[in-house]
Write a protein that binds this ligand. Structure first.
Ligand SMILES: CC(=O)SCCNC(=O)CCNC(=O)[C@H](O)C(C)(C)COP(=O)(O)OP(=O)(O)OC[C@H]1O[C@@H](n2cnc3c(N)ncnc32)[C@H](O)[C@@H]1OP(=O)(O)O
Ligand SMILES: CC(C)C(=O)C(=O)O
Length: 549
């Protein structure tokens, strides 16, 4: 039994900002993106990436269109150091891409960081130190002034090293780590102190990154903190405000979006939300959220399957099948009412129209998926799902009453098997139920018909019945009624044709035809039959015969 949590935990206080403006804002353009897959994502892996895996992920990040990539914590390990050296020495960094590296506020680590960056044409040096009361007290054992001194001393060192290496176009990023549970006034004070040393300008770009190092509050509180900081920072126009949400409460994406509404210019995160504990914010989700609202995200996920495969292989972690936008079940409907609505959506859709599709917020084709996975059938499915698959895969547009009839068979089979019906199993069930088999019980071999003087039509047909050839004769107003009159004696009961539909399969003049017939028998039973043939009359006669089987 869980004990009273109030005895053990306390809420983090929200910030008072009654005149907040962010709730009225809409995100009309994409923020700057920084991928930290190769740093924050990497440091959270049981087995951090080697250089080869890092290179594979680096190439993917470039293909996705990232222009800022945090590639390493070079002073942490030889692997990270070597990776940075390889990127620079082997000219892997495109001109429009800036690499970023992280360092603690320690003199030796900063020196080693600059060794790693030697010769880079553009680079961002990222300094962090925790600022929250708990960390000041517990981790550093420092008063506020000492923490400020730590950050400013290191900034001074970094500035000096940048000036000594003018061949590189430098950018500086400072993170008051644990920002989201630091007193806002202290976070502001330390950032002001750091900026006063760096002196940001267009020539000396600076990023102030305000991380939710551990997500401890609802996203609206984070948004208030960001808006408050943006309003109070003295050099707001001279710096880029970045956010770096983690996902401890499962609201990393919401935190990032509200933070952008609150004034952030840039978002740091990882693909599919890899990262410490429950992860960094997922950049795929953020970008696709924008895309689905008609906002160009500036990142390209048009081959999502490849992105998932590479990330899974590099991180050695699976992407959840229900991951937003990218999971292999993200566009799949099993349930009947969803399938029905989707089928109606596709039926109503005209080329060039805006996307308006029940249950599908984007067109799966935009991220390289086919429509095949959109509808899958199991015992939770209804008539529209099966009808959709038969139509998509075989071109048969089933009449509504036949959809209902077939659905009952599908339901029974799926329930009994307790499994999903594969597309092939569904088609085989359809064929066997409605007579589309190589040797149906009643098989039309040939037929001829002639009009009589009384206006009726006389039909003569050769039919293979359970392997034996029999002669069918009948008279009626048309071909089908003539056939039905003759067949009544064969099945020892009269029946009426309740429903008849036909259409061509395809658009060419020599396309085959499909006929659907529904018969009601004297004993109260009713059955559907389906026939497919080059000749529509043969298709209809065979469909009728298939109702008898
Ligand atoms: C929220 C984040 O993701 S921050 C990034 C975290 N990433 C990593 O830590 C991965 C890479 N790190 C490492 O490989 C190692 O931690 C190293 C190489 C950087 C440092 O290793 P070590 O020298 O063994 O130190 P260790 O990791 O134990 O760090 C603890 C010390 O650093 C201090 N420290 C922690 N963070 C910082 C910081 N940002 N700036 C300055 N000092 C810091 C601590 O107060 C502690 O000091 P103490 O030993 O005097 O008590
Ligand atoms: C270094 C900082 C930005 C960080 O990773 C965090 O706060 O989570």
């Amino acid at each position: 039994m869980l004990k009273d949590p109030a005895q053990k935990y306390q809420p983090y206080p929200p910030l008072s900002l009654p005149d907040r403006t962010w709730p009225e804002k809409q995100i009309a353009h994409a923020p700057r993106w920084l991928s930290t897959d190769l740093r924050d994502g990497n440091q959270a892996l049981a087995e951090p990436m080697d250089v080869a895996r890092k290179m594979q992920l680096w190439n993917l990040l470039l293909d996705c269109g990232f222009k800022e990539i945090e590639v390493a914590f070079p002073s942490a390990s030889q692997t990270d150091f070597n990776f940075v050296r390889q990127l620079i020495e082997n000219h892997h960094i495109p001109d429009d891409v800036t690499i970023q590296v992280l360092t603690q506020a320690r003199e030796d680590l900063i020196a080693r960081t600059f060794e790693a960056l030697h010769g880079a044409s553009r680079a961002t040096v990222h300094l962090y130190n925790a600022t929250a009361p708990l960390f000041r007290r517990l981790v550093f054992g420092m008063e506020k002034a000492q923490v400020i001194e730590l950050a400013t001393r290191s900034t001074r060192q970094i500035r000096k090293l940048c000036e000594e290496n003018p061949q590189t176009h430098w950018q500086y990023e400072y993170s008051p780590e644990t920002f989201c549970f630091t007193e806002p006034e202290f976070a502001l004070e330390i950032c002001e102190a750091v900026a006063a040393i760096w002196q940001p300008s267009a020539e000396r770009p600076m990023i102030i990154n305000l991380p939710a190092t551990v997500e401890v509050n609802t996203p609206n509180v984070y948004a208030d903190q960001i808006e408050w900081f943006c309003r109070h920072f003295s050099q707001r126009e001279a710096v880029c405000i970045s956010v770096h949400p983690h996902n401890d409460r499962g609201t990393g994406v919401a935190s990032a979006e509200l933070a952008v509404m609150a004034g952030a210019d840039r978002v740091e995160g990882c693909l599919f939300g890899n990262g410490e504990r429950t992860g960094n914010v997922c950049l795929v989700t953020l970008a696709m959220n924008l895309y689905s609202q008609g906002v160009t995200p500036g990142l390209d996920f048009s081959d999502m399957t490849r992105v998932v495969e590479v990330v899974e292989s590099c991180n050695q972690l699976p992407v959840h099948p229900r991951h937003p936008w990218a999971g292999r079940l993200a566009y799949t409907a099993f349930s009947g009412s969803h399938q029905d609505a989707i089928k109606k959506g596709f039926d109503a859709r005209r080329p060039g129209e805006r996307w308006e599709m029940p249950y599908l917020p984007i067109d799966p084709q935009d991220i390289g998926c086919t429509y095949e996975a959109v509808i899958r059938v199991n015992s939770q499915s209804g008539k529209s799902g099966s009808a959709w698959l038969i139509e998509q895969n075989h071109g048969l547009t089933l009449p509504r009453a036949l959809q209902q009839d077939f659905s009952q068979h599908v339901q029974r089979e799926a329930d009994e098997g307790g499994k999903e019906m594969t597309q092939n199993a569904l088609w085989q069930l359809f064929r066997s139920r409605y007579g589309l088999v190589p040797a149906p019980r009643f098989h039309l071999l040939s037929y001829s018909s002639e009009s009589q003087q009384d206006g009726l039509l006389r039909l003569t047909a050769a039919i293979s019945h359970d392997g034996e050839t029999r002669q069918l004769e009948g008279c009626g107003n048309g071909l089908l009624s003539a056939a039905a009159s003759g067949l009544s004696s064969w099945v020892a009961q009269s029946f009426v044709i309740k429903d008849y539909h036909e259409h061509t399969l395809g658009e060419r003049s020599d396309s085959r035809s499909v006929a659907y017939i529904h018969c009601l028998f004297q004993d109260g039973s009713s059955r559907w039959g389906v026939g497919i043939d080059n000749d529509v009359a043969r298709a209809s006669l065979q469909a009728l015969l298939n109702t008898l089987a």
